[in-house]
Design a binder for this molecule. Sequence first.
Ligand code: GCB
Length: 613
Amino acid sequence: MSSAALLGAQERFGGRADERNLADPVAALVTNVPDRERIALSGQWRFILDEVERGLRTQYPRYTIPRDEVQQRGGMLVEYEWDSAPEITVPGDWNGQDPRYLWYRGLAWYRRRFDAPSAPGKRVVLHFEGANYVTHVYLNGRKIGVHEGGFTPFAFDITDRLQPTNNSLVVGVSNEKLPTGIPVADSDWWNYGGLTRPVWLLLLPAQHIRTYQIALRPENGRDRLEGRVSLGGSAVAGASVTVRIPELGVRVAGRTDSTGSMTFAAVPRGLVRWSPESPRRYRVHVESAQDTIRDQVGFRTIAVRGTDILLNERPIFLRGISIHEESFGERASTTSRHLSPERARALLDTARTLGVNFVRLAHYPHTETMVRLADSLGLLIWSEIPVYQNDIRYDHPPTLELARRMQRVHVARDINRAAIIIWSVANETPINDARNRFLRTLIADTRTQDPTRLLSAALNRTSGDGLTQIIDDPLGNDLDLLAVNEYYGWYGQWPADSIQALRWESKFDKPLIFTEFGADAKQGHRGDRRDRWTEEHQAWFYSETLKMVDKIPSMRGMSPWILKDFRSPRRYHTRFQDYWNRKGIVSETGVRKMAFDTLQAYYRRRAAEPTPK
Ligand code: GCB
């Protein structure tokens, strides 16, 4: 186990006897899971709530839930029974599956049995696309690992722990947030718990392709592809690797170095760049002696020059919208964190009707399904980790290590998606030395891992006299583009008579985008535009803000808050909110509010302009 992961596990989970020698939860990760030989562990699992966490404590033999032992031993009372426990669907948060679980915060156990796959010579890797928030994994009664973090994948090589039939996989997931965790408990979105994303058995050749990345990096005006392939498993050094993109006449063959990696460069012939208008992707084949991976990869460049954002060397205006990972509810009670391809598609189709070319996937890495879909549809993406607001322990080294691992896994998973143009490291963080150091470490890490994309963070602090807003957060020096969440006129008074009187200045010669602005409105609540919570008010708020936006010289895009109403434990106003954040421009079931039309009209006008202002 790596020292960072070990530190995390011991500090957070007490270093119990059964937690020594656990596997590093990210060491067995591979990228491009959709193209691997795999077996889904989706479907019905048994489910036991354990609010007091007895199952995690070894001193109570009556509650050996994770060990899934013979249930009656010598007349001793055992107070659980897997086979009669209720069933729950995986993937899926528990909150949306039964009204009794809607508000549940704590530990719950899942069990599923399976036969070992017939895969002679292969490694069997148990891969979780994501589970919120701390996950304890037991196979055949033995603990194999623990993972912290709700939105990034983790995996364990279980080859040597499998029995031929009837393996018992027991997984405890707790959505209790930790004071040193990321995010902390107080966040403005629902704390969906459990195995929210798919679980797989991956069958990997003994020597396999672990990760690969390939990107367009033109040199002296000529297109040039650059990349790296890293092998995993056995005999990874000095091994042969081939990368082919037949449609571009690319074929590179070479050998890995002593660490199992090979870097390469190639000149493509007749490359058509990926863009929102034409999201062209090419079939990429990565091959090693025993393994073959195929992917669909688009190639484009992204850069900034002064206050412009350049996509494929041309200025672009980001017509965006923010989106949470939460499905439309067929009924208000059935929203879910789990986004099947159909549910992801429903969200992105609504966004496309609005006329966007950009989505901000807030406030954490979304499911890979979402990212791949946006990539195929030509939607540019801002993607972030949940380093969210004030209460993160910026001064606490293990919290920084956790953030670094999250960002590393986040970037590694999606590095071949042309759609992603911006990695963000945080949202609305306080300005102080500890936070600056924390975020600068993440920025430096991310630049090393991926020098081809823009780095940003959503800022919310500006200084000024009420009429002039000055963007002067020192982090601005480290970011490629400035991003501000601004709520003038909603959380406070309109400055002077109108938001249009507000002027924006920046200490940095960099592009600016508004990563958020918005106002709550209850769909169907109509009235005077001066009355909060009405659709008229929200629409008017949008049109005033958009007029202000048009006056900001360095403004290069926006992702208003937010596409749809989403569940939030922070929204207590019974009449209008009832635990929903109502800043959606459509309701939780997808009914448009007036502000949708306002923003749509604005984006139509923007899209018709030849180049951004
Ligand atoms: C913000 C946060 C976002 C909230 C939003 C709001 O600034 O970044 O997570 O949901 O404001 O509605 O207050």
